[in-house]
Design a protein around this ligand. Structure first.
Ligand code: BGC
Ligand code: NOJ
Length: 810
């Protein structure tokens, strides 16, 4: 069942009912000011850090779900309704929510009144704009009482929801222009040099800044007393819960339309200029910001700038084909989600509260794979930030904080796959840009400037961190965990509330990871190539030799006969073997070992992927392991804490399905790869939205696996490495256009379902138009570049500014 449709021309998903199976959200903002907005106008905004600088209050896990947002109450002859349906839930005659790239437009209609609410964060500004257009489509004149409403968060979102003994007394506001501008100046008198405001570009009939006065102490958001009475109470908050609400009297003749622009802004004021006079805040920066968006034409211009911004970004990789679902995924929604993961990392979504995690070392390097072709300059900066948190021995803080850019001591280090992801990220960046200069950039360890060395040295320490930490079989030690945060082989936790990731009471050097081994073999050629470029021929030779050695180890002690083993535990026992009753096979090493080329010649790769098909594939995607764990194993960790079929315990982790997809292309089985890809690509799931439940325009981290009670149901949409990896799978391997160090590789491998397609790729300043005739047979492509046949699959990089025409038959 569908709850909307794609409007590809407008680059929007159009939701046609407020009653979707879960709140379907969008993100606004691309630099410093961000917002989450659901199809019912729920959500919140923040400046840079969702924990420390939150403007709007949002109650996670509330009843009902998704309460708190930008609400407009319309009193039409005594009946109160919202264009967003929520929170009054008054029936609407028409409803539509259009989520677009960086904006959302919600339209509701009741008894001849149409209210359309456009929300966006203008490029380069720290404000959410709400443009409300009211139109009278009826035959009668309308005398509407309209009330805006937002609830302020007292800045620090954690304190805001825990420390009531203090914060019920700290809220402060100011009222200006009879209530047209309402200021939230909580804590401004002391250490904060910032405030927020909510303005409307019209004369108001009244205002409210105190929640209790607006709602009534025992009223729900859907039964507020001020809108019901049709009259603001002009309340001035003092402590408790400050809000901002404008009251507008709107008279509309039949056919008449009126537009109002509301600016919800954030400003910072230099400390010596904070006050206009004692107790009165300096409003100049607010006035300046308001002046920029107080006219609808200014909002139109901001919308135009936003559209141009996205057109430019998305032009870097696009496809034309007969499959519209493929087109919309590649051209619009997958890169859009990649940019959101770049901006948010794993901080704020409808599953991540914005007060928890920092930026992951591993996560951020992987996200880079999905956005480096969109914003390469920002990828460069991100790489330096990440590498600056590394330790001198090559190990890495698992997370760092975006505001301070420092490693997070609470989570610490010891995830032994982390260092290798840096090589991954840097190689992807250099392939995209050709900027080898980044390797000479001076980068510190643990943010201590005295320790700075060239970035290449960081890669070297990453590589050698693996070699310096090998276990009894010569496989890499796993440490706290590898990619699978929940495979905790040195943790042995018996105490509730301990973190599986940071509790480690075993320091043994026995638990080994076949996944890290595959990763090591996979990145070694890139590392060796970069070493050679820097003139370290011996190091390159060593890297290649070590990779060959590791390949042998994997084929000997990491092979179970029909698939790759997952690991050895603390006691040296195998994990992921048919000898065990549960979790006999895991997805991760099958993907990573085959991507690295291990066993391709000897046939093990094909066997492993056939085992994946046989044991892990389901109609909704590939599960992580099988059979699932049914009991808690102290020596295996968090994975065994999840009920069968959920999360890392045999859930469909959409993040590592693309590894199998890519691996299938490595052995030339494009048809199977494309079939797997379509199983989890959101656009193809639209028709089963009642089962999948989450947004049909973005990936979720996890879909419940075949052993789960709710097989097919997704969780954790938006902020997941799934976005980047699926973009790599479809664009680099299935459609087969990927930047390499010395040219653009063109090697489609996707079976014959899509016969003909054109990829347009911008890279290093040139544009490549690649026309593919795809027979589906696979194998080596035949390329003609600007009229001349070229041997192999590499199109040499052209001069910036040029356009290259490539004909490809495969
Ligand atoms: C959590 C896991 C989760 C993982 C990735 C860990 O900190 O404990 O439940 O799957 O992070 O989100
Ligand atoms: C999500 C984490 O952000 C990521 O780093 C990890 O690899 C996966 N979960 C699997 O545990």
């Amino acid at each position: 069942m569908r709850f909307g449709y794609f409007d590809d021309k407008a680059r929007e998903y159009v939701i046609t009912t407020p009653k979707t199976p879960y709140p379907w959200i969008n993100y606004l903002g691309s630099e410093n000011f961000f917002a989450l907005v659901s199809h019912r106008a729920g959500g919140y905004c923040f400046y840079r850090d969702a924990r420390l600088r939150r403007l709007m209050r949002y109650r996670y896990n509330n009843v009902p779900t998704d309460v708190g947002g930008r609400y407009f109450y319309i009193n039409d002859g005594g009946e109160v309704w919202n264009p967003s349906f929520a929170p009054t839930n008054t029936a609407l005659d028409a409803f539509e929510c259009r989520h677009g790239l960086g904006y959302t437009r919600i339209t509701g209609e009741r008894k001849g009144v149409r209210a359309s609410l456009l929300m966006l964060v203008p490029q380069g500004h720290t404000a959410e704009i709400h443009q409300l257009t009211l139109k009278n489509n009826s035959e009668q004149a309308k005398d509407l009482k309209v009330f805006s409403l937002i609830e302020w968060c007292l800045w620090n979102a954690y304190d805001d929801m825990t420390n009531y003994q203090r914060n019920f007394s700290t809220g402060e506001v100011e009222v200006e222009k009879n209530g047209a501008t309402l200021y939230h100046k909580t804590e401004y008198r002391e250490r904060r040099d910032h405030y927020a405001f909510y303005n409307v570009n019209a004369a108001v009939a009244g205002y409210d800044t105190d929640r209790e006065s607006f709602l009534g102490l025992y009223n729900e958001w859907g039964e507020p007393q001020v809108p019901a009475a049709g009259k603001s109470s002009n309340s001035v908050a003092s402590g408790w819960q400050p809000i901002a609400s404008h009251g507008l009297d709107v008279k509309l003749a039949p056919g008449e339309e009126k537009t109002f622009v509301f600016t919800l802004g954030y400003v910072e004021v230099p400390r010596e200029q904070k006050w206009e006079k004692p107790g009165i805040i300096n409003k100049k920066p607010a006035h300046e910001l308001i002046a920029k968006f107080s006219k609808p034409e200014q909002v139109d211009a901001a919308m135009k700038a936003l559209a141009d911004h996205w057109s430019k970004l998305l032009a870097n990789y696009s496809i034309e084909s007969s499959d519209e679902k493929l087109n919309r995924t590649v051209n619009i929604w997958n890169p859009y989600q990649c940019m959101v993961t770049f901006n948010m990392s794993r901080s704020a979504s409808y599953f991540e509260t914005g007060i928890g995690r920092g930026m992951g070392f591993r996560d951020s390097n992987q996200d880079l794979l999905g956005f480096v072709h969109l914003v390469p300059e920002r990828a460069r900066e991100r790489i330096i930030d990440i590498a600056s948190t590394q330790f001198p021995d090559g190990s890495a803080y698992h997370q760092y904080q975006p505001l301070t850019k420092r490693g997070n001591n609470d989570v610490g280090s010891g995830f032994n796959d982390d260092p290798l992801w840096l090589i991954f990220g840097v190689a992807a960046y250099i392939r995209e840009t050709g900027d080898y200069g980044i390797l000479d950039e001076q980068v510190p360890f643990d943010n201590d400037p005295k320790t700075a060395v060239p970035l290449f040295e960081h890669l070297k320490r990453s590589f050698h961190h693996v070699l310096n930490n090998l276990g009894p079989h010569g496989l890499p030690l796993i440490g706290r965990a590898d990619w699978n945060d929940c495979l905790n082989l040195n943790c042995f936790s018996e105490t509730p509330d301990e973190s599986f990731q940071t509790t480690g009471n075993r320091t043994g050097r026995t638990a080994e990871s076949v996944f890290i081994a595959g990763m090591f073999v996979g990145v070694a050629p890139d590392y060796a190539y970069l070493a050679e470029k820097k003139g370290f021929a011996d190091e390159a030779k060593k890297a290649r030799a070590e990779a060959a050695k590791m390949t042998d180890v994997v084929l000997k002690d990491g092979w179970d006969g029909e698939w790759f083993l997952r690991a050895y535990d603390f006691f040296g026992k195998k994990i992921g073997t048919k000898e065990n009753p549960e979790a006999q096979i895991f997805i991760e090493p099958q993907g990573f070992c085959v991507m690295a080329g291990i066993g391709v010649e000897g046939g093990q790769a094909k066997k492993a992927l056939d085992s994946v098909k046989e044991r892990l594939d389901t109609k909704y995607g590939i599960v992580l392991n099988n059979p699932p764990y049914t009991k808690y194993h102290v020596e295996i960790g968090e994975i065994t804490s999840y009920p069968p079929g959920y999360k890392e315990n045999a859930g469909i982790f959409c993040h590592n399905n693309p590894w199998i997809i890519i691996a299938e292309t490595v052995i030339g089985r494009g048809d199977r790869a494309f079939e797997y890809w379509k199983k989890i690509a959101p656009a193809y799931l639209e028709e089963q939205s009642e089962i999948h439940r989450l947004e049909p325009y973005v990936y979720a981290q996890m879909i419940a696996g075949k052993d789960a009670v709710r097989h097919g149901e997704a969780k954790n949409s938006w902020l997941t490495g799934t976005a980047a990896w699926n973009f790599v799978a479809i664009s680099h391997y299935l459609l087969g256009v990927r930047p390499d160090f010395d040219g653009l590789r063109v090697h489609p491998c996707m079976g014959g379902e899509v016969g003909k397609f054109t990829v347009t790729r911008k890279c290093r300043g040139a544009e490549y138009r690649i026309h593919v005739k795809n027979s589906g047979k696979g194998g080596a492509p035949k390329l003609v570049v600007d009229g001349k046949p070229v041997a192999g699959d590499l199109v040499p990089y052209a001069k910036a500014g040029s356009t290259v025409i490539v004909e490809c038959e495969v």
